[in-house]
Design a protein around this ligand. Structure first.
Ligand SMILES: [Fe+2]
Ligand SMILES: [Fe+2]
Length: 125
């Protein structure tokens, strides 16, 4: 992997994360009554999506829909089989109930996502 390939990965992850953070900041700004500041965060959040999508395009990771469905189902599987069960247990061990609940909620939905992708793939075959 070249330096630029590594940088694209980092920049993609950073832009994606920033997008979600700005949406959360907009939500908080609304709660605090700052409607115009919320709009600033939303506008920037939208731009970060464009940056992230451009990086992703350059990384050539978006394939055909059939391949993307396979990739997505495998990604969801990874979260279901190894990531979330481990994270839930570790959060429980550390008595971090709020984190454990957040992981459990996502874990349950990932099962639904995997099923959706697998069914769509079957229909294509
Ligand atoms: Fe950006
Ligand atoms: Fe998912």
């Amino acid at each position: 992997m070249t330096k630029t390939d590594e940088n694209l990965k980092i920049a993609f992850a950073d832009e994606s994360q920033t997008n979600i953070e700005y949406l959360a900041y907009a939500h908080r700004a609304i709660e605090e009554g700052y409607v115009e500041i919320a709009q600033l965060f939303r506008e920037a959040a939208g731009a970060e999506v464009v940056h992230a999508l451009n990086h992703l395009k350059t990384m050539r990771v978006v394939k055909t829909t059939r391949d993307n469905l396979k990739e997505a189902a495998e990604g969801e599987s990874l979260q279901i089989v190894s990531m979330y069960p481990k994270f839930i247990k570790e959060a429980e061990d550390e008595k971090r109930e709020e984190a454990a609940e957040s992981f459990r909620l996502a874990f349950e939905r990932e099962k639904h996502h995997r099923t959706m992708f697998q069914q769509a793939l079957k229909k294509l075959d």
